[in-house]
Design a protein around this ligand. Structure first.
Ligand SMILES: Cc1cc2nc3c(=O)[nH]c(=O)nc-3n(C[C@H](O)[C@H](O)[C@H](O)COP(=O)(O)OP(=O)(O)OC[C@H]3O[C@@H](n4cnc5c(N)ncnc54)[C@H](O)[C@@H]3O)c2cc1C
Ligand code: SF4
Ligand code: SF4
Length: 477
């Protein structure tokens, strides 16, 4: 392996003005030659910090080595071996592995996520997962997002019969809200296709708290229930005018954008104000820009630019696309008669830290100004809707916004019910793995057998993966 090229092979990317014109993917795949060249930069560390930093301990060192040897089929197979959502993640993962790659010390880290994409683009990863001998034991999963899918995969591989109950008429959870310039929309289908050999049933359009409860599933004969319902209930600003037509919550807006944007804006030219400074605000603003391309899109954030919680990649990617920004401004009220006509904002300054020590923003009197606009998108965060779920479950909803039980396994106060989620696709998957392992231990104990380690997903003997001395994944909270 070559240890001398410290800079990564450039990832092909459209320039800002080109990409803002439509929803086409921004990042393009490496060619085979570029992928091999980039993979050959990897030092193949004896102690791979990259694997350790990945929440699902994806054997990235392994697939990089195979790409360096031009063994794309083997690389693709290794990629999907420990990652049932590899096609989704090869384009959307926040690549925690790259943060810890030793090459980052002297140059740029290996493009681990983009090489996963190369493995899947040039190799055949469309294999079918093989379940172990059936246990004839049923487990229910509530929520068809990445946490639920991962838990179901883990449990099915161990021989359980799993049913996923999902409120929406489609699977994927928040993956479905990721804009098409990041994820074309087919990737989840490719990943789900690999699950078709497993004893897994999707029941769509069924909502916990409305059509059933976790406890009713236990009464129906499921031995355990994993609640993985995420956080998709938009938080409101609580200001006058928020109910006017033309005001959207970011998540339903992004979902509509992916499922059929026709009619969302009605006419082309729009003046859009997006309130918020996180990744979701950027997704909503950048999507609006593509839909209302002759109009103007402004992000209004109540703190300074440097304090925006949006990821650096999201911010730098948006540069050159034509977004406008207004920092240190908080929304006060939305104006309009029958339709949004403007939003009043007020200057905000740094206030005292809140109970958790985080800086707050306070309004500066006499600084109100009106921004004319016809659309306001509110990206003020999300929480989970647990109002209809039994209080006995005693979910923890803080500091994270999704319902969680206690400890890493997510044990709730109702025996046999587990709950968790995650701040990104891969973290949600890791939570799903921990819940599945806890469920397996719980059921094994109940039925007097030993817990089952994850078998090889393709039905072969399990190959050794990690080097001696490996200390388990590092967690980035
Ligand atoms: C706009 C946007 C862009 C994002 N971009 C990225 C990205 O690029 N990379 C990344 O890694 N992460 C990204 N994320 C975050 C990531 O999608 C989430 O962290 C992840 O999906 C959480 O997974 P989950 O399974 O815990 O919950 P969810 O994905 O929210 O899935 C929960 C599922 O449960 C269902 N449900 C809810 N209530 C009920 C009920 N009562 N009964 C039955 N079903 C129910 C929901 O419909 C949903 O399908 C993004 C999120 C958003 C909103
Ligand atoms: S899943 Fe994400 S963190 Fe893990 S190896 Fe792939 S890109 Fe890195
Ligand atoms: S840490 Fe970086 S250089 Fe080392 S094995 Fe992982 S990807 Fe390769």
């Amino acid at each position: 392996m070559c240890a001398f090229r410290y800079q990564r092979v450039t990832i092909p990317e459209d320039p800002g003005e080109v990409r803002a014109a439509d929803f086409e993917e921004i990042l393009h795949a490496y060619s085979k030659e570029e992928a091999v060249l980039e993979a050959q930069r990897c030092l193949q560390c004896a102690m791979p910090f990259c694997v350790q930093a990945c929440p699902i301990t994806q054997d990235c060192r392994g697939y990089i080595s195979l790409i360096a040897q031009q063994k794309f089929d083997e690389a693709a197979q290794l990629t999907v071996q420990d990652n049932p959502l590899a096609t989704v993640l090869c384009k959307t993962c926040y690549h925690y592995c790259e943060e810890d790659c030793v090459m980052g010390g002297k140059g740029t880290p290996i493009a681990i996520r983009h090489l996963k994409r190369a493995a899947l683009e040039f190799g055949n990863g469309q294999l079918m997962y093989v379940p172990s001998a059936p246990k004839n034991q049923r487990i229910a999963v509530v929520g068809g997002g990445p946490a639920g899918i991962m838990a179901a995969w883990e449990l099915c591989l161990r021989g359980y019969s799993v049913t996923i109950y999902e409120a929406e008429p489609f699977m994927g959870g928040q993956i479905d809200t990721i804009p098409k310039y990041h994820l074309t929309g087919d990737e989840l289908d490719w990943d789900l296709a690999r699950l078709r050999g497993l004893d897994l049933t999707f029941v769509l359009g069924q909502t916990a708290g409305v059509n059933f409860t976790p406890e009713s599933l236990l009464k129906d004969g499921y031995l355990a229930v994993y609640v993985a319902i995420g956080a998709s209930e938009p938080r409101r600003l609580g200001i006058p005018g928020e109910h006017l037509p033309g005001v959207f919550a970011a998540l339903p807006f992004l979902l509509a954008m992916n499922k059929g944007p026709e009619g969302l804006f009605g006419r082309k030219e729009r003046q859009v104000v997006v309130v918020g400074g996180g990744d979701v605000a950027f997704d909503a603003a950048r999507s609006s820009l593509r839909l209302a391309k002759d109009g103007q899109v402004t992000i209004v954030y109540r703190k300074a630019r440097e304090e925006m919680p949006a990821g650096a990649e999201e911010v730098s990617e948006s540069t050159g696309e034509g977004l406008h920004f207004l920092f240190n401004r908080a929304p006060v009220r939305i104006l309009g008669r029958g339709q949004v006509e403007g939003i009043v904002v007020q200057a905000s300054a740094a206030g005292p830290p809140d109970a958790r020590g985080r800086p707050t923003a306070v309004l500066v009197p006499g600084t109100e100004e009106t921004l004319p606009c016809d659309t306001v998108i509110v990206a003020a965060g999300e929480t989970a809707n647990v109002a209809e779920l039994p209080a006995e479950l005693d979910f923890k909803l803080s500091p994270q916004p999704w319902p969680e039980g206690k400890g890493p396994e997510g044990v709730t106060d109702v025996e046999g019910v587990f709950a968790s989620g995650g701040k990104s696709v891969v973290y949600a998957m890791a939570a799903g793995t921990r819940a599945a392992e806890a469920i397996d231990v719980f059921v094994a104990k109940k039925t007097g057998r030993r817990p089952t380690p994850r078998p090889d997903p393709f039905g072969r003997p399990v190959p050794p993966r990690l080097p001696e001395g490996y200390g388990g994944p590092t967690w980035h909270f």
